[in-house]
Design a protein. Structure first.
Length: 104
């Protein structure tokens, strides 16, 4: 299962240097609900290699603003503490997995 990212923990996770995938979502968002099981599956598949988690936009603030998140789902991909890629909108599992693998 994917981790839960918040303003309190996300920057520390990113600064760890390990690859990080952040899924910005909300409970009321239909496309987010479609992407959610894919995020959970990939979190399990890449456990120990990539930190994959979800950031609830209804509870977030500073981190979301820092990266200009205006549409959801948005997925950010970090490597060595730096933003590498961004996906806005729904994404197929194969395409998302390829983006995660590119971080390794």
């Amino acid at each position: 299962m994917a981790k839960v990212f918040t303003d309190e923990n996300i920057n520390e996770v990113i600064k760890s240097g390990q690859p990080v995938v952040v899924d910005f979502w909300a409970e009321w968002c239909g496309p987010c609900k479609a992407v959610s099981p894919i995020i959970d599956e990939l979190a399990q598949e890449f456990e120990g290699k990539v930190e994959i988690g979800k950031y609830d936009v209804d509870e977030g603030g500073d981190f979301m603003a820092e990266y200009g998140i205006r549409n959801i789902p948005t997925i950010l991909f970090f490597k060595n503490g730096e933003l590498q890629d961004r996906n806005v909108g729904s994404i197929a599992k194969d395409a998302l997995k390829a983006k995660v693998e590119a971080l390794l």
